[in-house]
Design a protein around this ligand. Structure first.
Ligand code: NAP
Length: 267
């Protein structure tokens, strides 16, 4: 296996110069979400990362970013606790952010979980947990976010799906169904609000090195890798770069699309 590309994080922060545009990233404390937070800052968005739990490591990361931004008298990154499955907490969180920042430019729905198992052995609780977090969470966040975006006649929503939402995967009926749902949701909402200046797209990662995939055993990893023509696992940065593109002006005329970031796994 060839070496994975280094993450953004290791490149350091020569300076952090943000505008007043606001990006909100769910599940931004670690994994792919953390790399997406970095990508948004590099696209010069201020970022609020919303997560179920926020570790010391995430807070240290925010301090590092904000120290580099302070020379421009800016706060580039803050973390807030939020459970995306709680619709009233989601509404209150978006209301508070819009009141504080006066705008909401980008929403990245990244928070997600897995509870894998073959269907015969899958509990109702594991089905519900995955569908509620991965699909209803996206509904909750998007519904709250499109109101301010519609008033400002501008916004970008980016949903993190998965290649298994396109191909299916044995042992992941709940997860694959949730991600297929995210893709259908993305295209439907894109059609509903295209005329209001809001784009809605999805990024479907393949096999990415995070805590989520660290649960796989060696045989499962080897089987996954054997399906990747580029012969390496993806990094959070690989996914974040595609999200950064969709959040940039370069993607202003792109909506309802799914960008697959999988090293060729599903071509
Ligand atoms: P991860 O390392 O497990 O991180 C997921 C993040 O989401 C964690 O910070 C987690 O918080 C947060 N989260 C979970 N439930 C939440 C909730 N109800 N409300 C708010 N935050 C919540 O996962 P990842 O690998 O970075 O995955 C990020 C996204 O990419 C997910 O949507 C995943 O399905 C998708 N994806 C990943 C891969 C992959 O290979 N890794 C492939 C395809 C798609 P806690 O720290 O509290 O748990």
């Amino acid at each position: 296996m060839s070496e994975a590309k280094p993450d953004y994080m290791h490149a350091g922060w020569p300076e952090v110069q943000v505008t007043n545009r606001l990006a909100v990233v769910t599940g931004g404390a670690r994994g792919i979400g953390r790399a997406i937070v970095e990508a948004m800052i590099r696209e010069r968005y201020r970022v609020v990362a919303l997560d179920y739990s926020i570790g010391d490591d995430a807070l240290a990361f925010a301090r590092e970013v904000n120290e580099k931004a302070a020379i421009f008298k800016a706060t580039a990154l803050s973390f807030d606790k939020l459970d995306v499955t709680d619709s009233s907490a989601v509404q209150a969180s978006i209301d508070k952010l819009v009141a504080e920042h006066g705008r909401l430019d980008v929403l990245v729905n990244n928070a997600g979980i897995t509870r894998d198992g073959l269907l015969l052995r899958m509990s109702e609780a594991d089905w519900d947990a995955v569908l509620t977090t991965n699909l209803k969470g996206v509904f909750n966040m998007t519904k709250a976010a499109i109101k301010p975006m519609m008033s400002q006649k501008h916004g970008k929503i980016i949903n993190i799906a998965s290649v298994v939402g396109i191909t299916g995967n044995a042992g992941q009926a709940n997860y694959s169904a949730s991600k297929a749902g995210v893709i259908g949701f993305t295209k439907s909402i894109a059609k509903e609000i295209a005329s209001r200046g809001i784009t809605v797209n999805a990024v479907a990662p393949g096999f990415i090195e995070t805590d989520m995939t660290a649960k796989l055993n060696e045989a499962q990893r080897a089987a996954m890798l054997a399906q990747v023509p580029m012969k390496r696992v993806g990094t959070p940065t690989d996914v974040a770069r595609a999200v950064g593109f969709l959040a940039s002006e370069a993607a202003d005329y792109i909506t309802g699309q799914v960008i697959v970031v999988d090293g060729g796994m599903t071509m």
